[in-house]
Design a protein around this ligand. Structure first.
Ligand code: HEM
Length: 211
């Protein structure tokens, strides 16, 4: 009976996490449908530009959220830490969508121009590197890979910090004036990295017993 309740609770929570993560995507689909029906929406003026910005922003938001779940758990007992992997996978999904929007809606599906952008614009090189580095993390995000890689799994997944740094610089670099949210994202990232360095120093001081 208790076991059943725990299982149902866990399934409902997992579903809620996925639904919450899918909200931005649902919103864009709804806005697109309204635009196609001829109504004025947030996508009416420049859908490619707006969707490229929004998908990139949400990819980084979810990446930062996945990094924040461990400190939130340690300090405030927020139990959603088990959904770190799900949130990370959503970050990857939004990053892929971001690149597809850039390729189809901004570059009109022109592969040669895409290749040129990838090699010539430094901020795009950083974004591409971030996306490439995300791939091994996604591929090894299963329980089976975790068991197979043992200690190396943790080392490999620490790459997520480098990925977040690359993505945050990529976001700041492409700005044409308004520093708003990308700057906040960078500050959140610096804070999260600071917490990790603090924990690492604490562990060294106490010979690994602190955490
Ligand atoms: C091949 C990979 C990538 C390409 C070609 C790319 C391309 C772009 C472009 C063209 C923009 C500027 C959009 C505009 O004109 O306003 C942009 C912005 C952005 N990208 Fe990427 N990107 C890539 C990977 C990533 C990844 C992996 C992330 C995050 C995980 C990311 C996050 C962002 C963010 C946060 C912005 C700024 C959005 C804003 O203005 O708030 N990008 N990207």
């Amino acid at each position: 009976m208790t076991l059943n309740r725990a299982v149902i609770q866990s399934v409902v929570q997992r579903l809620a996490v996925h639904l919450l993560c899918a909200l931005p995507l649902c919103y864009w689909l709804w806005q697109m449908a309204l635009t196609i029906m001829g109504q004025r929406t947030t996508l009416s003026t420049d859908p490619g530009q707006i969707l490229a910005d929004q998908t990139g922003m949400w990819a980084l938001n979810f990446l930062l959220l996945s990094l924040a779940l461990t400190p939130l758990h340690k300090w405030f007992r927020v139990r959603w830490v088990t959904y770190r992997r799900a949130v990370g996978l959503w970050a990857f999904a939004y990053a892929v969508l971001h690149v597809l929007v850039f390729y189809w809606l901004i570059l009109g599906g022109n592969l040669a121009t895409f290749g040129r952008e990838l090699t010539q614009r430094p901020y795009i090189v950083l974004g591409a590197l971030a996306l490439l580095l995300l791939i091994p993390l996604v591929v090894t995000s299963t329980q089976a890979a975790m068991r197979r890689l043992k200690k190396n799994w943790k080392k490999l997944h620490q790459l997520v910090y480098l990925i977040a740094v690359l993505a945050a610089i990529h976001a700041l670099w492409q700005l044409k004036g308004d520093w708003g949210w990308p700057m906040v994202q960078m500050m959140i990232l610096v804070g999260l990295l600071g917490i990790r360095v603090y924990w690492w120093l604490q562990r060294r001081r106490t010979g690994g017993r602190a955490l």
